[in-house]
Design a protein around this ligand. Structure first.
Ligand SMILES: [Mg+2]
Length: 133
């Protein structure tokens, strides 16, 4: 889920339910890019201290670099993180990572890569690109 989803009461209701019922076969992964549709998360509803809140609500928590596949694999290699607790992965990410004009911007929620910037964007990401594909 997104970090914006964690502003919703129904999410925290589910978080409390899962902990109360010791759902240790449940895993939640949050894309924690700290940007939401309307602005920076800290300016809208600050989730911090996010990990502490989740632990206080009864979850076992791991924090990882969400861009690092090895860390994702390692985080999910042993489930549950703790017996009788649901598992929560906070995956720290940067929205639009690697695309200079979109990286870590609120606009990246809405903007698509413009056609005239497509070739340069692929190049910036180190991806081979042929026009028209
Ligand atoms: Mg977000």
């Amino acid at each position: 889920m997104s970090d914006g989803d964690c502003n919703e009461g129904s999410t925290w209701e589910a978080i409390m339910f899962a902990a109360q019922h010791k759902l240790d076969n449940l895993i939640a992964i949050v894309d924690y890019n700290k940007i939401q549709a309307l602005g920076k998360a800290e300016e809208i509803i600050n989730l911090e201290p996010f990990a502490k809140k989740l632990k206080d609500f009864g979850w076992a928590v791991k924090e990882i670099d969400g861009h690092n596949f090895r860390q994702i694999e390692q985080a999910l290699s042993v489930i549950p993180f703790e017996k009788s607790r649901p598992s929560f992965v906070i995956a720290h990410t940067v929205k639009g990572k690697g695309i200079g004009y979109l990286e870590n911007t609120v606009a990246s929620h809405y903007r698509c890569v413009e056609d005239e910037k497509l070739s340069a964007t692929y190049k910036e990401l180190g991806v081979e690109y042929e026009d028209g594909i």
